[in-house]
Design a protein around this ligand. Structure first.
Ligand SMILES: [Zn+2]
Ligand SMILES: [Zn+2]
Length: 150
């Protein structure tokens, strides 16, 4: 028996097979399958996380690194594709992009110049972002989502 949970509406259902692609309640493609194989629970932790979020009505924000579309869900299913453009797997939205950016640079001992190069902006521009003189652009936010968060 395969147990399913929908991370969009929180509905749970079970089937004899693992081929369900959409939630029968809301049509969302963001469904997680949990089952046991050789006594090993597959996706059990993720399943429980989504279930407890659904019970508490606690949603997380997910962003598509491809088109920038933001969606809400009860959990982050790894490898979930964007329902807007079908693009590369969604990542958790970064709540504090600047902090993550600074931490990432320090942890990896990178210069501001190298960070600028990675982000395809000048060193000065990068330094302005870190010091808060310029905002984190959507492009930079997307880079963070893709490379640091999620
Ligand atoms: Zn659903
Ligand atoms: Zn997208």
């Amino acid at each position: 028996m395969y147990q399913y949970i929908c991370s969009s509406c929180g509905a749970e259902f079970s089937r004899e097979h693992d081929r369900v692609k959409q939630c029968p309640h809301c049509g969302s493609i963001w469904i997680l399958i949990s089952y046991f194989e050789d006594g090993t629970g597959i996706n059990v932790k993720e399943y429980e996380a989504i279930r407890s979020n659904a019970e508490a009505d606690r949603k997380v924000k997910l962003q598509c690194p491809d088109c920038g579309n933001i969606a809400e869900s009860y959990g982050h299913i790894k490898g979930t594709y964007c329902c807007s453009c079908g693009g590369i797997p969604l990542a958790l939205v970064v709540e504090q992009p600047l902090e993550l950016l600074k931490q990432y640079r320090k942890r990896n001992r990178l210069s501001q110049k190298l960070m600028g190069w990675k982000l395809d902006i000048s060193q000065n521009y990068y330094s302005d972002i870190e010091s808060g003189k310029r905002p984190v652009t959507p492009e930079v936010a997307q880079w963070i989502t893709k490379n640091i968060a999620g």
